[in-house]
Write a protein that binds this ligand. Structure first.
Ligand SMILES: Cc1cc2nc3c(=O)[nH]c(=O)nc-3n(C[C@H](O)[C@H](O)[C@H](O)COP(=O)(O)OP(=O)(O)OC[C@H]3O[C@@H](n4cnc5c(N)ncnc54)[C@H](O)[C@@H]3O)c2cc1C
Length: 504
C-alpha cells in the first residue's frame, strides 16, 4: 500500500484525501489551522447578553455543480444526498442596480428570458442565445478541460482527433481572442443585464473584460444544475468530507504545518513538518500552487510560473436584530459603472470607489443562523490582491463606510447601522494569513488573457515526479466545484502513476 501526504485541508485537499483513500492508499492530511476545510470555515458570534448566536459561513456561500461532490462521495460508495441534504435555491440571485431597478436571476431559461424581455426589449432572445453559447462552452470544457490534469493547450489535445471536423468546430466555438464581456454584450447589449451576466466571472475573481470567452460556460453550469444550500450552511461540505475522510481511515492532523517537501534524485520522498519527517511515495499540495513551488520545494527545484493572483476581498459579518425582506438568500448590489469598477480592482489595484457587493441573507432559507427575526448578514466586496503599501488596518474603517453607504443607496438598507448587534471583518491580509494564499487572493490565480487565461498549473507537476497540486491556484481553478474536482484529478493522476510504477 503506498503512502501519501496531503498538505492542506481546504476542499481540494479533503477531496484528494478522500479519493486517494477510497482507491486504497494510506493518506496523512496535514493542516496548519486547527480546523479542516480551509476557506470553508464557520464563524459563530454569541448575542451579547446570552440569547442565542449568529452563525456565518465565512468563505464560500454559493454552491453550484453538486455532481462534482456527488462523484467524490461515490468514489467511496457513499450517497451524497444522505450525507449532506441540500435545498435548491430559485431565484438564484436578486440583482439591485444603481438606478433602483431590480431583477431576479431565475434558473429556468424561459422564465428568465421573459423577465429580461420585460426589463429591456430584445434581451429575452439574446439571453437564450447566450445560454446556448454557454452550454456549448460548458460541453467543450467537459470534453477537453475537466476531470484530467491540464496545464496548457497541449494537454487538452487528442492528437488523433485534432483535425476532425468536431475538433475544429470546438476550436471555433471557443471564440479564442474574445473576452467574456464581449460574448455577453454581443448577445445581451443592455448594460445592466450584461453587468449581471458578467458576474459569473466573479466566481473566479477575475475581470470579465480580461477573461477568455470560455468562462461564459459558467452560465450553463449554474442553470443546468442549480444553486444549492447544504443543511447547516456551506460549511457542511467541509464537515461531510472530513467525516468521510475519517471513516476511510485518513490520518487527520489539524494544527500541523508542512515546512518542506524533500526530494531525492528529483522525486518526492518525504514531507517535513518542523522536526518531523514523514516518508511518502507522493504528495498532493493543496497549499497555493505558487507558494508550494517557492516555499515548500528545495530552492532551485523548479521555476514557479509567472501568474497574476486573482482578486482579494473584504467581508463584513453583521449580526442584525432585523431582516430585510427585499433581500433574497443571495443578492448582488451592483456598481453604477462596471468598467470603472473592474479597472480599479484589476488594473489600478485600488478598492473600487463605487463597488459591487454580494450579500448572503441565509435566514431566508435557514432561520437557525440567527436569533428570531434577526439575520446573519454576510457582505463581500472584491478588492485588489494586496499591493505594496496598502495597510488594511487603516483602510478598513473608510471602506466599511463606502460599503454601507452603497447598500443604503442601492438596496434600501438605510438603517443598517442601527441594527448591528455584533460585527466582525475579514480583510485581504486576514485571507493571506489564515489560508496562506498568494497576496491575499481569494480565488487562486486570475483567469486573465483572452487566449490562455483559463489555464492554471497542472495537477501533475511533470518536473517533480511524485508531486501533485490541488486547489484554487491549480487546474481547473477556483470555486467549490472546481477545487473539489482538482482534488479528484490530483488523486486520480497519482493513483494512475503509482499503478504504472507498480507501487499502488
Ligand atoms: C470570502 C470568500 C467567498 C467565497 N465565495 C465563494 C462562493 O460563494 N462559491 C464558491 O464556489 N467559492 C467561493 N469562494 C472560493 C472558495 O472558497 C475557494 O475556491 C475554495 O474553498 C478553496 O479551496 P482550496 O482547496 O483551494 O483550499 P483553501 O480553502 O485555500 O485551503 C488551503 C488550506 O491549506 C492550508 N495550508 C496552506 N499551507 C499549508 C502548509 N504549509 N501546511 C499545512 N497546511 C497548509 C491552509 O491553512 C488552508 O486550510 C469564496 C472564498 C472566499 C474566501
Amino acid at each position: 500500500m503506498s503512502r501519501l501526504v496531503v498538505i492542506g485541508a481546504g476542499l481540494g485537499g479533503l477531496a484528494a484525501a478522500v479519493t486517494a483513500a477510497a482507491r486504497g492508499h494510506r493518506v496523512t492530511l496535514l493542516e496548519k489551522n486547527d480546523w479542516l476545510g480551509g476557506k470553508a470555515a464557520v464563524l459563530e458570534l454569541p448575542v451579547p447578553g446570552g440569547n442565542g448566536a449568529y452563525r456565518f459561513d465565512m468563505g464560500p456561500t454559493i454552491l453550484t455543480m453538486p455532481r462534482v461532490l456527488k462523484r467524490i462521495f461515490a468514489e467511496a460508495g457513499r450517497d451524497l444526498a444522505q450525507a449532506l441534504p441540500m435545498t435548491r435555491l430559485d431565484p438564484q440571485w436578486r440583482c439591485f442596480f444603481a438606478d433602483g431597478r431590480r431583477i431576479d436571476l431565475q434558473e429556468d431559461i424561459g422564465a428568465m428570458a421573459a423577465s429580461m424581455e420585460a426589463f429591456a426589449a430584445g434581451s429575452g432572445e439574446g439571453y437564450r442565445r447566450f445560454q446556448a453559447i454557454a452550454r456549448q462552452l460548458h460541453e467543450i470544457s467537459e470534453r477537453f478541460f475537466f476531470w484530467k490534469p491540464v496545464g496548457g493547450v497541449v494537454d487538452t489535445m487528442d492528437w488523433r482527433a485534432q483535425f476532425s471536423g468536431r475538433a475544429l468546430s470546438d476550436l471555433k466555438a471557443l471564440r479564442m481572442g474574445q473576452s467574456m464581456a464581449g460574448v455577453v454584450r454581443k448577445e445581451v447589449p443592455d448594460p445592466q443585464l450584461a453587468q449581471m451576466l458578467d458576474h459569473f466571472c466573479q466566481y473566479v475573481g477575475s475581470s470579465p473584460y480580461l477573461a477568455p470567452a470560455v468562462l461564459a460556460g459558467i452560465g450553463d453550469m449554474q442553470v443546468s444544475e442549480g444553486i444549492w444550500y447544504p443543511q447547516g450552511g456551506t460549511r457542511g461540505v467541509a464537515t461531510a468530507l472530513e467525516s468521510l475522510a475519517g471513516e476511510l481511515g485518513v490520518e487527520l492532523r489539524p494544527g500541523c504545518a508542512a515546512t518542506g517537501i524533500e526530494l531525492e534524485g528529483g522525486r518526492v520522498v518525504a514531507v517535513k513538518a518542523g522536526s518531523e519527517r514523514i516518508a511518502c511515495d507522493a504528495v498532493v499540495s493543496n497549499a497555493d500552487a505558487i507558494r508550494t513551488m517557492v516555499e515548500l520545494l528545495p530552492e532551485g527545484a523548479i521555476r514557479a510560473p509567472k501568474h497574476e493572483p486573482a482578486c482579494s476581498g473584504v467581508v463584513l459579518y453583521l449580526g442584525l436584530d432585523r431582516r430585510y425582506p427585499q433581500l433574497a438568500h443571495h443578492s448582488f448590489v451592483f456598481s453604477a459603472d462596471p468598467e470603472a469598477e473592474f479597472d480599479a480592482i484589476y488594473r489600478q489595484g485600488i478598492p473600487a470607489p463605487d463597488p459591487s457587493a454580494y450579500l448572503a441573507a441565509p435566514s431566508v432559507t435557514d432561520p437557525s443562523v440567527a436569533p428570531p427575526d434577526g439575520e446573519a448578514l454576510y457582505i463581500l466586496v472584491h478588492t485588489p490582491y494586496i499591493r505594496p503599501g496598502q495597510d488594511w488596518q487603516t483602510m478598513l474603517p473608510g471602506y466599511r463606510r463606502v460599503i454601507l453607504d452603497k447598500l443604503a443607496r442601492t438596496a434600501g438598507l438605510e438603517d443598517i447601522e442601527r441594527h448591528i448587534v455584533v460585527e466582525r471583518h475579514l480583510t485581504p491580509p486576514d485571507i493571506r494569513d489564515r489560508y496562506a494564499t498568494l497576496d491575499g487572493a481569494i480565488y487562486g490565480l486570475a483567469s486573465h488573457g483572452r487566449f490562455a487565461g483559463a489555464f492554471k498549473p497542472s495537477n501533475r507537476v511533470k518536473r517533480i515526479p511524485g508531486l501533485y497540486l490541488a486547489g484554487g491556484a491549480a487546474h481547473p481553478g477556483p470555486g467549490m466545484p472546481m477545487v473539489l474536482m482538482s482534488g479528484w484529478i490530483a488523486a486520480d493522476a497519482l493513483h494512475k502513476d503509482l499503478a504504472a510504477q507498480g507501487a499502488a
